[in-house]
Design a protein around this ligand. Structure first.
Ligand code: PEP
Length: 256
């Protein structure tokens, strides 16, 4: 059985200018010692405009913190006004990119097909996708959440190679728990994360399923991280609001 390294990623969403970004990343590093940063892969996901500054802070201070973007174009280059390519992100030192966040699905009408194309574009540029899936409240109320999420996983991973699937990070984020203060219970998180892993095993084999890291996201904070991380199929967290405070985010990273 593979040992999956926990991964805690902070999605800053559309918050913090590049000066504030530098301060936050430096403060975060001050709150975490080398052993803590070694035990848990720690990732920040600032807005595009902060990436160059975060890269400089991380490289200048030799911080053991990874960073990435919140979205990527499915295209390589060309006449796509306002878009940012995977190659541009890779050149800035990004390791990760969030793809298919529920806010992009909802406010930018991102479809499963587009998300699949963006995942392929990210891999082509050498980035690791943090691929988000999750159900809205009405789907949960109909108890259709497991099938909904595994169908999103199927669509997002369509046509990927085995080594890419092993590398991807999947974030299960129930939409009703994002930014609402309503956290799924640890059992709720395990139910869907476990079903995603079972689906991966069914389609790609136990070896692949065993390697994939699956995060939970939705109102994660210092007070609930340990019980969520205690679930066997939860390998990390995607954190929104609580990632904007250095000490708060550090205390999530220090969960073990
Ligand atoms: C998110 O946006 O991915 C998220 C999980 O947000 P929050 O932690 O604020 O619920």
């Amino acid at each position: 059985m593979t040992t999956r390294k926990p991964i805690i990623a902070g999605n800053w969403k559309m918050n913090l200018n590049h000066f504030e970004a530098i301060l936050l990343v430096r403060k975060l590093a001050e709150h975490l010692n080398a052993a803590q940063l070694d035990a848990v892969e720690t990732v920040v996901l600032p807005p595009f405009t902060d990436l160059r500054s975060v890269q400089a802070a991380v490289e200048d201070d030799k911080l053991n913190i990874k960073f990435g973007a919140q979205d990527v174009s499915q295209h390589v280059s060309g006449a796509y006004t306002g878009e940012i390519s995977g190659g541009m992100l890779a050149k800035l030192g990004c390791s990760y990119v969030v793809i298919g966040h529920s806010e992009r699905r909802e406010y930018h009408n991102e479809t499963d097909e587009l998300i699949n194309a963006k995942i392929k574009a990210a891999f082509a540029a050498g980035l690791t996708p943090i691929f988000c899936v999750g159900e809205g409240l009405s789907v949960r109320e109909e108890s259709a959440h497991v099938g909904h999420c595994t169908a999103q996983v199927d669509a997002g991973l369509d046509g990927l190679k085995e080594d890419q699937i092993k590398q991807i990070v999947i974030a299960y984020e129930p939409v009703w728990a994002i930014g609402t203060g309503k956290t799924a219970t640890p059992d709720d998180a395990q139910e869907v994360c476990g079903a995603i892993r079972a689906r991966l095993a069914e389609k790609f084999g136990a070896d692949v399923a065993d390697a994939v890291r699956i995060q939970y996201g939705g109102s994660v904070k210092a007070g609930n991280i340990a019980s969520i991380m205690a679930q066997p199929d939860v390998d990390g967290a995607l954190v929104g609001g609580a990632a904007l405070d250095a000490e708060g985010f550090a205390s999530i990273v220090r969960f073990p």
